[in-house]
Ligand binder design. Sequence first.
Ligand code: LLP
Length: 422
Amino acid sequence: MTPLPHHLLPDNAAVGADGRLAIGGCDVVELARRFGTPLFVYDEEHLRARCREAVAAFGEGATYAAKAFLCRAMARLVHEEGMALDVASGGELHVALAAGVPAERLVLHGNNKSTTELTTALDAGVGRVVVDSHDELDRIEGLVAAGAAPPRVLVRVTPGVEAHTHVYVQTGQADSKFGFGLAAGVARAAVERVAASPAMDLVGIHAHIGSNVFVLSSFAQAVEVLADFVAPLGLPELVLGGGLGVAYVAGEQAPTIAEWATVLAKACADAGISARIGAEPGRAIAAGAAVTLYTVGTIKEVDGIRTYVAVDGGMSDNPRPVLYGSGYEAFLPRATDAERPRVVRVVGKHCESGDVVVADARLPVDLAVGDVLATPVTGAYGHSMASNYNKVTRPAVVFVAGGDAQVVVRRETLDDLLALDT
Ligand code: LLP
């Protein structure tokens, strides 16, 4: 029944006397009219504030996980605010470099970095490479032997901790494709190899336990498990990955970046780890900054069963409900604080029944075809995981601030859909 909780809206959201939502001083329904839907609307100052919070908490160790949301404008913003960028593929690396981020501020990740990706990264002079396998070490040694400069590296370790999150986004458990396992001396052997190799400059250890983790003790537990391994090495850096959760739906509350950092710092101090602590938040920076705007196209009552409300996007702009069963809220930005007694299923326009945006959305009674419908907290892993399924064009992205809206990613056109055909 209840209206949308305001803590799910971006920092600079305001509801007018007429109930209409403005973000960054821009009327949201007006943005939908001006730029079309679906549309990702990011509160630029919210993004900047989260970056500053991360820098205040982690200093030089604050790194944005670009996979959450990346385009050139985002890379520039993050860099301007003092964060480094974690890039997990040659594509993310390319976008970050194209944005003008100095290579020194980039950290290259990936469990299967190709020789081409490594060559590009080493030639550009990326700040760190997080090494993940012996095959990768072979490749780096080959490239350095052929003349590349030896990179500074962190060895990725899987601590064997199961984070309290969806199994698809758990990464710290022993049964993992990532990193070198702590158990059975695998990580130790990797560290010894890297330390002895003239092709690499070993600067630290990296561990990431999973994503959308709300329970801060999971991070502390990972530090405890790592302590006996990490502390005696005396390396200058320890990066504890990303993974801080965010509130998506009513009733959820997530720790802040500052609270997360405090828990990590205490766990490290208790464990006798004196390394500089780094972290790579993605979701905690970007998720809450954005809302997605859709237009309602059909409202279908299936007698005695439910009402289907179809919007002009779906699993192509937000695959998270389908992939992980993730929940979202829905609301009407023309009546932001209205009671939402009507329970409906918000679905997309794709050719499958699983194409659900919000399984049990609560919406106002006067919901109508043509309404702009919004889902909050879509700034992370929405646009970045968007697809062209059913040849649906990907939405535009606008940054709003101070009453201005700037298109940072234009809407795909039908001709873009033909651009790769030969
Ligand atoms: N560092 C590493 C090494 C990672 O693998 C990840 C996320 C991060 C940092 C950033 O994590 P965050 O702070 O965003 O949780 N598509 C999924 C999330 C996958 C995360 C993969 N790695 C989702 O939509 O929930």
